[in-house]
Design a protein around this ligand. Structure first.
Ligand code: SRM
Ligand code: SF4
Length: 550
């Protein structure tokens, strides 16, 4: 008798789904509830949508014996995060008419719409489709939004990298017509039986993530994804990419079988071979990834369990042109290039600070309205950065002056403090069903206190990466920041220290379950020590590692 482990329930859901249709059509038509069935909740993710509920309202609604306050979150697929002004305006309208009135820039250069109630879901997706955008594969056991060091307008190298991101995204898109059939037209777009030439009927064991970096910037955090590419540039052109595999952030508190991991550089491929490499790595993971235990189903665990060399052999066996030895590269940091920058064509690009990616109007700070005014006035592009900021791209001299005036009129500063600009927090409460602690709503006030501490020691101009998540899943990539806060309980965080400023090294847990007071009393003497004893150009993460604080 063979000892084959039982497949996870999600595998059955996928098998029976008729290429991602399930009973979504019926479930969305059911007026008696704002939710859908549990199996369909898993399937709808493949279409970029999650069922959520407002967790702030849970206690009160439970007391009144009411159903949870259900709504959906929809996430765009935007390789490299690039939107035209017209697309941005349509997305802003959608947030107002169908969502909770805000847009949330994500750590993978996408936009999320929260608070879309069931009756608004199809109209919302039709609005997305009408401006040639979609939410296909933005979640689920498939390749997700492909990230890329942003701004294709900043020069030919960036444009080439963006093109690779789009090519890979298109090639790895599920072929199922279910998204259009269920949400847009209601018409069958393909005669059954359909086929998924790359994925097969059961898709991948788990989500799969790809990013492309253009050194010296490692803004996309190349070591944090299943598969990444590092652009190798010669004579102002990308000639190929180093390939990195097996990164990932997600973990579960108290489960040593799960852990964050930084990826390994396994070789080099030409630009022309980049799509084939993506297919080879993805299909090797499709065939050998763990389909029994979803907690151990990411590529990083396939590599740890079976060995890196073995996995690279599997990849090479699928390639007509094998990987070559990796080429030299150097990253300096994993931040965004904030403020105004001029491109080779004379046009200017503003990387605007957006706190934790939330585009909203709050009191006198009216960022959301300012962006609408800018999009209506100029033919600019909007590009979401991997650090939850926003680039307003392609501004001529006249536009630069007007953009600055509009932002000032709306009370929007171009820049934050050095610490705040580089910081990231995941969404967490009230929408994330997995959050154990606050993140987006709490980090801003903690940053104010950390900024004050750093200023006491003359460190307010020193870049330090601070990232916070409301649980150990790692959505803001906290395990490679210099200072990471990972939610454990309400008001309590594991304090991680020692990541490298270029995103190449994992940090480690320094304190468990720390509240704000403990966080501040722990970090204050460290900042003093760092101010006094650091070496020239030494980052905080490198300092605590060299001096064995961690
Ligand atoms: Fe994430 C699940 C939000 C980037 C690792 N993530 C979730 C869900 C959908 C919660 C859920 O499953 O019910 C969160 C929705 C919260 C909400 O209310 O909006 C959520 N993840 C986010 C976003 C919006 C965080 C943000 O503040 O920007 C990011 C959306 C990215 C996008 O546009 O696609 C986001 N998530 C990430 C990243 C960072 C990245 O990809 O570069 C990671 C770590 C990298 C990785 O995948 O290893 C990440 N999210 C997870 C995990 C853990 C996966 C694992 O391997 O264990 C989960 C939970 C899961 O999949 O079971 C998760
Ligand atoms: Fe939710 Fe956890 Fe991701 Fe934060 S890290 S958005 S709490 S799943």
């Amino acid at each position: 008798m063979t000892d084959t482990p039982k497949l996870s329930h999600n595998e059955t859901i996928k098998t029976k789904s008729r290429f991602l249709r399930g009973t979504l059509e019926e479930g969305l038509a059911e007026a008696a509830t704002g939710a859908i069935s549990e199996d369909d909740q898993q399937l709808i993710k493949f279409h970029g949508i999650y069922l959520q509920d407002d967790r702030d309202l849970r206690p009160e609604r439970a007391k009144r014996k009411l159903d949870k306050a259900y709504s959906f979150m929809a996430r765009l697929r935007v390789p490299g995060g690039v939107l035209s002004a017209a697309q941005y305006l349509a997305m802003n309208k959608l947030a107002d008419e169908r969502g909770n009135g805000t847009l949330r820039l994500t750590t993978r250069q996408s936009i999320q719409f929260h608070g879309v109630i069931k009756t608004n879901l199809k109209p919302a997706l039709r609005q997305i489709d009408s401006v040639l955008l979609d939410t296909i594969a933005a979640c689920g056991d498939v390749n997700r939004n492909v990230m890329c060091t942003p701004n294709e307008f900043a020069g030919p190298v960036y444009a080439q990298a963006e093109q690779s991101a789009r090519d890979i995204s298109t090639h790895l898109l599920p072929r199922s017509g279910a998204w259009r059939e269920v949400f847009i037209d209601g018409e069958k777009v393909t005669a059954e039986p359909e086929a998924e030439p790359i994925y097969g009927a059961t898709y991948l064991p788990r989500k799969f993530k790809i990013a492309i970096a253009v050194p010296p910037q490692n803004d996309v955090d190349v070591f944090a994804h299943d598969l990444s590419y590092i652009a190798i540039v010669e004579k102002n052109a990308v000639i190929g990419y180093n390939v990195v595999i097996g990164g990932g952030m997600g973990a579960t508190h108290g489960d040593a079988e799960t852990f964050p991991r930084v990826g390994d550089v396994i070789g080099y491929c030409s630009v022309d071979n980049a799509v084939a490499v993506a297919e080879a790595v993805l299909t090797a993971q499709r065939d050998f990834g763990n389909r029994s235990n979803r907690r151990r189903a990411r590529l990083k665990y396939t590599i740890v369990d079976r060995g890196l060399d073995w996995f690279v052999e599997q990849v090479n066996a699928r390639l007509a042109v094998k990987l070559e030895p990796a080429r030299p590269f150097k990253f300096t940091d994993n931040g965004d290039r904030m403020g105004w920058h001029k491109g080779p064509d004379g046009l200017s690009h503003l990387t605007l600070f957006v706190e934790n990616g939330r585009l909203a109007d709050v009191g006198d700070w009216r960022l959301k309205s300012a962006l609408v005014a800018i999009a209506q006035m100029h033919d600019v592009s909007f590009i979401i950065t991997p650090n939850q900021n926003l680039i307003i791209a392609r501004a001529d001299a006249q536009a630069v002056a007007k953009i600055e005036a509009v932002l000032a009129e709306h009370g929007v500063p171009l820049r934050g403090s050095v610490l705040r600009e580089a910081a990231m927090a995941c969404v967490a409460l009230p929408t994330c069903g997995l959050a154990l602690a606050e993140s987006e709503r709490y980090l801003p006030s903690l940053i104010t206190k950390l900024d004050a501490l750093l200023a006491e020691h003359g460190l307010d101009k020193q870049p330090v990466t601070v990232r916070m998540t409301g649980c150990p899943n790692g959505c803001a990539r906290p395990y490679i920041s210099e200072i990471g806060f990972v939610g454990r309980n309400p008001g309590k965080y594991n304090l991680h220290l020692g990541g490298a400023a270029d995103g190449s090294r994992l940090n480690r847990i320094f304190r468990e379950d720390a509240d704000e007071a403990e966080i501040l009393t722990t970090l204050s003497p460290m900042f003093a020590d760092y101010a006094k004893n650091r070496r020239a150009e030494e980052g905080f993460g490198d300092f605590v590692t060299r001096t064995k604080i961690i």
